[in-house]
Design a protein around this ligand. Structure first.
Ligand SMILES: [Mn+2]
Length: 408
């Protein structure tokens, strides 16, 4: 399995798309990698004569997938998400639409022959370091037409957004995209005294440091999720920082700061709700209009603050708005739960192995209260449960920790 096999699978996907008509619904994630991926695919597919309807989603949630596969008479294309949910997507599709998944997360095999899961990990390309979804999208664009080489810099921006350069430089497939962008004069590489590379976007005139720019793109998609942020984000990936986007990024940073400050003040005043092993809280609708990705970001932000118990799991809840921009209203009443760890507890889980990790605890507890199971790692996890089940979820986690400890 290699990059060559991956490209071959992409070509097969392109053939299937071409055979299925010219309408494409493009579903993508709302962070910098997801937005750059969407920007690359929207550009190359439009150039190839497809008409693209783009919908940004925060996660693959069954009611959303059901509606799209039922109501959209088009090819359905998932990027930067969906790889893991390929079986659920297969169920929802039920043989109806030509469906492509282009992803770099841990994948599962689809069960519907109309669903093609082109996940990098199937080809030995690590989604953690080698290849971002945006770089994968860039390869897709090149297979569609070599002239799409001019969007290489957009691919690179997504890789930087997913911090694939965290060891000092982009490597392997991401580096291929980087060198393509450098060769066209769209990106410059700077090397600091420690030998760590820094990337400058030079496509739009004045050099823009790519790492903070990727964070701004993520702010548009995450904080601005319910207020048109993803659209601005995709445009900013393609056009660089234009005044309207710049203004909006500043406003959104302010909105985020205020929401965080108010929540922190409340937690310092009233404390968390606590069980033996868990400290938890809900922001209800207070984070509106920010996307539910933000509850996870907030929990991560506070994990080592003085008002947080360093030995307990952190669980934060944020209610889901009853709509998906671009898809309309949904009648769910659900809340997103995000789990994070204070560093001392993280050490007990990852290093000492004296406490159970979230990858075990959260799916187990979610199952007990009818929650959705999603990508969970030992140090970060999330699930969606019905409103009113918050305490039951926490109690289930707590019991699970207890059971695990008495087993040891
Ligand atoms: Mn990604």
């Amino acid at each position: 399995m290699s990059k060559e096999d991956f490209l071959k699978e992409i070509r097969q996907g392109i053939d299937q798309m071409r055979a299925a008509g010219s309408e494409v619904t493009l579903l993508h994630h709302n962070d910098a990698d997801g937005l750059t991926s969407a920007a690359v695919l929207q550009t190359c597919l439009t150039r190839a004569g497809f008409s693209v309807r783009r919908i940004c989603i925060e996660r693959v949630h069954p009611p959303i997938v059901d509606r799209i596969h039922k109501e959209f008479p088009s090819t359905i294309f998932y990027v930067d998400l969906g790889g893991q949910a390929a079986p659920a997507i297969s169920d929802a599709n039920h043989g109806r639409r030509t469906t492509l998944i282009l992803d770099h997360h841990h994948p599962h095999k689809p069960t519907d022959p109309h669903v093609l899961n082109i996940s990098t990990e199937f080809f030995g390309l690590s989604g953690d370091m080698d290849i971002s979804a945006s770089t994968a999208a860039y390869f897709f664009a090149l297979e569609l037409d070599e002239s799409n080489r001019d969007v290489a810099h957009v691919g690179v921006l997504g890789a930087v957004g997913d911090e694939h350069d965290r060891e000092g430089r982009l490597i392997n497939e991401n580096r291929d995209a980087l060198l393509d962008a450098v060769e066209q004069g769209h990106v410059e590489i700077e090397v600091d005294a420690q030998g760590k590379e820094k990337y400058m976007l030079t496509r739009f005139g004045e050099a823009i440091p790519m790492a903070p720019w990727a964070i701004s793109i993520t702010t548009l998609g995450g904080v601005g999720y319910y207020s048109g942020g993803p659209d601005l984000g995709v445009r900013a990936c393609l056009k660089g920082p234009f005044p309207e986007a710049q203004r909006r990024i500043e406003e959104l940073c302010q909105i985020q700061k205020m929401a965080y400050q108010e929540t922190t003040a409340r937690l310092m005043r009233n404390g968390f709700r606590e069980t033996k092993y868990v400290q938890w809280f809900t922001v209800g609708d207070d984070f509106s209009p920010m996307g539910v990705k933000m509850i996870g970001e907030y929990c991560w932000d506070i994990r080592n603050e003085d008002f947080v118990d360093p030995e307990k799991y952190i669980v934060g809840f944020q209610n889901m708005a009853p709509e998906i921009p671009g898809l309309g209203a949904f009648d769910w009443s659900q809340t997103k739960a995000s789990m994070r760890l204070p560093t001392p507890l993280e050490r007990k889980i990852l290093v000492d192995r004296t406490m159970p990790g979230l990858a075990y605890l959260v799916p187990e507890a979610a199952r007990q209260v009818g929650g959705s199971i999603d990508a969970c790692h030992d140090y970060t996890a999330a699930t969606i449960v019905d409103m009113g089940m918050e305490q039951a979820l926490v109690v289930a986690m707590d019991k699970s920790v207890q059971a695990e400890l008495s087993r040891k």
